[in-house]
Design a protein. Structure first.
Length: 255
């Protein structure tokens, strides 16, 4: 049995000093569950998205999470990332497809992709309620606000807000909470859609619009978008000393 009388005064002082040291450590230093990004993927599945386009969108996202470059970036991030997927159309058509999933490595990323593979489409209305989709994403992010360093909503759409709350006002309110909103815009004949999302939807530091020229370009665009979203978080967490990974190769992918 351990006996305090055997360690002497100096030993007791040492133990007290160590206890104070660990008590004073910030929670982020000892909480292994701390993550770099909480990311909500919010996909438009309104009536303008036909069956072929839906599968191009779903398969493109699944393949992005299987991509070695995306996985390598995730593995470099302290605590990895938390990801949730929603699908939306009208104000009352907001569906949580995959709840928060903690991704730290290739196994986790492939498991997330498999969940996407197994999902089946639920019929939805033709309306496009971007503002409500943002509110749904915000509701999900509340559980991760103190856990993850960055909070990002990744909204994909091929149209403008035409139902529910004003999307621009909702985006402004979320930006005040420190949430970054990025957009993947599927561009058809109306190229002004990019300008609409730049002005009305995206918000926050490093926010951007990633265009996809039609749904057949979605797989390439969502991979580029994920790399671009993960790279700033990686930069924030880089140690002062060099690490054994070539970060520069990712910079060329997101220009």
């Amino acid at each position: 049995m351990f006996n305090l009388s055997n360690i002497g005064k100096r030993g007791i002082l040492f133990l007290l000093a160590m206890a104070l040291f660990f008590t004073a450590l910030p929670a982020s230093s000892i909480a292994k569950s701390q993550c770099s990004i909480a990311l909500v993927l919010a996909q438009d599945v309104s009536g303008s998205v036909d069956s072929t386009e839906y599968h191009l969108q779903k398969d493109g996202l699944a393949n992005a999470f299987r991509d070695p470059e995306v996985i390598e970036l995730i593995e470099l991030l302290p605590g990895g990332i938390y990801v949730a997927l929603t699908q939306w159309s009208g104000q009352h058509d907001q569906r949580l497809v995959i709840d928060w999933t903690h991704i730290l490595n290739a196994s986790d990323a492939n498991s997330f992709a498999e969940q996407l593979d197994n999902d089946r489409r639920v019929r939805s209305r033709s309306l496009t309620a971007i503002g409500q989709a943002l509110l749904q994403a915000d509701n999900l992010l509340r559980s991760k606000m103190s856990l993850c360093k960055r909070k990002v909503i990744d909204v994909s759409s091929d149209g403008r807000n035409n139902a529910g709350p004003d999307a621009s006002m909702v985006a402004d309110a979320l930006a005040l909470k420190g949430i970054v909103i990025n957009a993947l815009v599927i561009v058809g004949q109306d190229s002004s859609l990019i300008t609409y999302f730049q002005q009305e939807i995206i918000r926050g530091p490093e926010a951007f619009v990633q265009p996809a020229i039609g749904y057949r370009d979605y797989a390439k665009a969502i991979k580029q978008k994920l790399l671009r979203e993960l790279t700033p978080a990686l930069a924030e967490n880089l140690p002062t000393q060099p690490i054994d990974t070539n970060i520069n190769k990712f910079a060329s992918l997101v220009k």
